[in-house]
Design a binder for this molecule. Structure first.
Ligand code: IPM
Ligand code: MG
Length: 367
């Protein structure tokens, strides 16, 4: 069996706890003969700052570059609130995304039937929800220059962030969205602010042009603010939702919460397909490092385990193993297992590692 090189970057806060569950799942996949990995580990974020004085070392970046895929936990926390902006924990994650060219961020928002009541919205609005947010990840206001705070003659300050998009950047993310839509329900919505922003005007124009190659897919343009409203009003109207880096950050948090918990959602960040047909890829939960619950065994490992499932599917073509893992998660939830974030009032939650064990039991049962 092919052995894939996987780099694990647990990061900070609950990152190491949820990654420990993924390591158990990796062991189970190996034991079941479903997938084999060569595992490497390194530091990112605050843990790397503590050890090396920066959130990502060149060695860790080189390891990430050499790996077949990367799994990342989460970065950041109050402990590093006062470090210099250039070396804050988040800078490590942004460098990984940028330097590895991971421009396409896929963030599925799926509402598990067993969890429809955990959503802040009414059950009928979210039951069966299955949205794929396609967020541009290496451009826009996150990386545009100038990006600075300068001091004006009167001593007050002026802050600048720059939103930049080129035709090529919009084209490639639009292709990702349309290609995905073909494998789903054939609908794409593209969100921008062309009524206020030049980058929005170009975004809309380029997405419309790329759409000409996809006559089998329908395209709808929506203003990003209206999109946020529609997501809480009638979320099931969307299938694939493509948008820029900043709007994607915001809209994917909204979409995540529709599903009941931020602790449920995985994501994939993919690079361009190279001549050999492979692409760089990093998989991480949508949730953050949740420092308030770190180390307590409260964290939900499902988003991290789901990120491994996405990795099996998108990086290694192991669709069958991914399906087995995804359905093990669904059955575990259906059996009533709940971590604190998704527990119903009056019932008892299980711990992070108990949830991992329950999923592995279901996996072994089905394999
Ligand atoms: C995310 C996070 C990151 C982002 C932070 C941690 C830099 O919010 O992945 O959604 O803003 O992209
Ligand atoms: Mg975010």
């Amino acid at each position: 069996m092919t052995s894939y090189k996987l780099l694990l970057l647990p990061g900070d806060g609950i990152g190491p706890e949820v990654m420990a569950e993924v390591e158990k799942v990796i062991g189970a996949l190996d034991a079941l003969g479903l997938a084999r990995f060569e595992i490497e580990r390194d530091l990112v974020g605050g843990s790397a700052i503590d050890a090396h004085g920066k959130p990502l070392t060149d060695e860790a970046l080189a390891r990430a570059d050499a790996a077949d895929a990367i799994l990342l936990g989460a970065v950041g926390g109050p402990k590093w609130a006062d470090v210099a902006y250039e070396i804050r924990p988040e800078a490590g994650l942004l460098r990984l995304r940028k330097d590895l060219g991971l421009f396409a961020n896929l963030r599925p928002a799926i509402c598990y039937p067993a969890l429809a009541d955990a959503s802040a919205l009414k059950r009928e609005l979210v039951e069966g929800l299955d949205i794929m947010i396609v967020r541009e990840l290496t451009g826009g206001v996150y990386f545009g220059e100038p990006k600075e705070i300068t001091t004006l003659p009167d001593g007050s300050k002026r802050a600048v962030d720059t939103q930049v998009y080129t035709t090529a950047e919009i084209e490639r993310i639009a292709h990702v969205a349309f290609d995905l839509a073909r494998k789903r329900s054939g609908r794409v919505a593209s969100a921008e602010k062309h009524n206020v922003m030049k980058s929005g005007v170009l975004w809309k124009e380029v997405v419309t042009k790329v759409h000409a190659d996809y006559s089998d897919v329908t395209l709808e343009h929506v203003l990003a603010d209206n999109c946020a409203m529609q997501l809480v009003r009638r979320p099931k109207q969307y299938d694939v939702l493509v948008t820029d880096n900043l709007f994607g950050d915001v809209l994917s948090d909204v979409a995540a919460m529709l599903t009941g918990s931020l602790g449920m959602l995985p994501s994939a960040s993919l690079g361009a397909v190279d001549a050999k047909g492979s692409r760089k890829a990093l998989y991480e939960p949508v949730h953050g490092s949740a420092p308030d619950i770190a180390g307590k065994g409260y964290a939900n490992p499902i988003a991290m385990i789901g990120s491994l499932a996405m990795c099996l599917r998108y990086s290694f073509g192991l669709g069958e193993a991914a399906d087995l893992l995804d359905s093990a998660v669904t059955r575990t939830l259906a059996s009533g297992a709940r971590t604190r974030d998704i527990v119903a009032e009056g019932t008892t939650p299980i711990s992070t590692s108990e949830m991992g064990d329950a999923i592995i039991r279901e996996l072994k049962h089905a394999a």
